[in-house]
Design a protein around this ligand. Structure first.
Ligand code: 0PR
Length: 393
């Protein structure tokens, strides 16, 4: 498309854009059921929209953002059982994971051929980070519940190992690795352990409060050295909102660079990005202050209630099967009769945008706060029809 010499007036542009935007399935459209993103909390959206010019890469000018960023890090660390955190906000799970792996590589600089051990269920951003950072990723096996096998991790530790990674809330199944066991071997071998809690970080602490399972995953476990957690998933924050927290200042220092021409707080940067939106950090702060623990707990309660509804609907359909009993608000569904690809095509025709996980081949549903009981029922009514070869009457 060429850039027009003369611009169009506001309303013409907005009309054109609106017709393009109609293609999207968003949290507002009643159909989204597969995505880890949600409608940001209205307070965050309001804060974001009026602070868009603020740059968290220039904290010397935007001093308020420096204070607020630190408070976001502290509130999140509090949720993750750490009193004195060191960290940075980020653009999301990918950036946090890249930085965590950079810290591992940099804190063991003597190792010339760095390797990181990670179960094969880690998110693709871990592979991307290894590629960018020149780190060899040693992938390890999982058990029948799709959790990391600790023994296999231990076996692969070598003189080149600079770190271990585990996940609290896997992308495909929402499964939690046995982080207490992995923490123990990481500590015994003095190897940093990063936990990717991009999705699960804003869920697991509240599951415990709600009596829905105790899954130790955070800094309570001595061997855990860093955690990534995303506001823009279950934190209800606008995109981009991620956070990386370290237990030790040594690891934060390992990813901090001087930017000598900038002054004061801006003269050091720990993020990958230079210019980055302060608006989403301010929005995350506002949402966290507004919701408090009880607000998040109630949100998780609702998501888990509707997850149970989804589980019941799968259990009622003899041609569908869950891969694991849901640990958090993610359901992975296998089909016994109709091939999954056929189901996906038919569901897409009915307006659903689907996600299929490869391990194992299954449909992934994420029961985010915007996924209402009505949307769940509408989805399963359609799924019941397309998952059988016998036409429904
Ligand atoms: N770690 C885990 C466990 C993740 O699931 C993800 C994203 C990341 C890290 C990376 O986070 P960022 O995407 O914030 O960098 N997983 C999402 C998913 O696979 C990414 C996504 C989100 C994909 C929304 C599609 C979508 O509609 O669902």
């Amino acid at each position: 498309m060429a850039l027009d010499e003369q611009g169009s007036d506001d309303s013409a542009v907005v009309n054109e854009l609106n017709s393009i935007l109609e293609m999207d399935i968003t949290g507002f459209s009643g159909h989204p059921i597969a995505s880890m993103s949600t409608i940001p909390h209205h307070l965050g959206a309001e804060v974001f929209s009026r602070t868009m010019e603020r740059n968290a890469g220039r904290l010397h000018s935007f001093k308020s953002s420096a204070i607020v960023e630190q408070e976001v890090i502290e509130m999140i660390a509090d949720l993750l059982h750490l009193d004195i955190p060191y960290g940075t906000t980020s653009s999301g799970g990918t950036e946090s994971n890249i930085l965590a792996m950079l810290a591992m590589r940099e804190s063991k600089k003597k190792i010339k051929k760095p390797e990181i051990i990670a179960p094969k269920t880690v998110h693709s951003s871990i592979d991307k980070a290894a590629w960018i950072l020149g780190i060899k990723l040693v992938k390890t096996g999982i058990d029948r519940q799709f959790k990391a096998n600790t023994r296999l991790i231990e076996k692969r530790i070598s003189e080149n190992t600079v770190g271990i990674i585990a996940t609290a809330g896997t992308t495909y199944l929402g499964q939690i690795d046995p982080i207490d066991e992995i923490g123990l071997i990481a500590k015994q071998n003095r190897i940093p352990l990063h936990i990717d809690a991009a999705f699960g970080g804003f869920v697991i602490p509240f599951l415990y409060d709600l009596g829905l399972g105790h899954h130790p995953f955070d800094f309570e476990i001595k061997g855990v050295t860093s955690i990534s957690i995303d506001g823009h998933k279950m934190g209800l924050a606008p995109i981009p909102s991620g956070c990386l927290i370290f237990r030790s200042v040594r690891h934060l220092n390992a990813i901090t660079r001087k930017v000598p021409y900038l002054r004061g707080a801006s003269s050091k940067q720990s993020s990958l990005l230079g210019t980055r939106p302060a608006g989403s950090i301010l929005a995350t702060w506002a949402i966290m202050k507004h919701l408090g623990r009880s607000g998040y707990r109630e949100m998780v309660r609702g998501c888990m209630k509707r997850t149970q509804l989804g589980k019941d609907r799968v259990d009622e359909n003899p041609l569908l099967e869950l891969v694991i009993d849901p640990v958090m608000n993610i359901l992975a569904i296998e089909s016994r009769e109709v091939p999954l690809n056929v189901i996906v095509l038919k569901m897409e025709k009915r307006g659903w945008r689907m996600v299929t996980s490869p391990l194992p081949h299954s449909l992934r549903l994420v029961i985010m706060p915007h996924v209402t009981t009505g949307a769940m029922n509408a989805f399963f009514n359609d799924l019941d029809e397309v998952s059988t070869t016998v036409p429904a009457d």
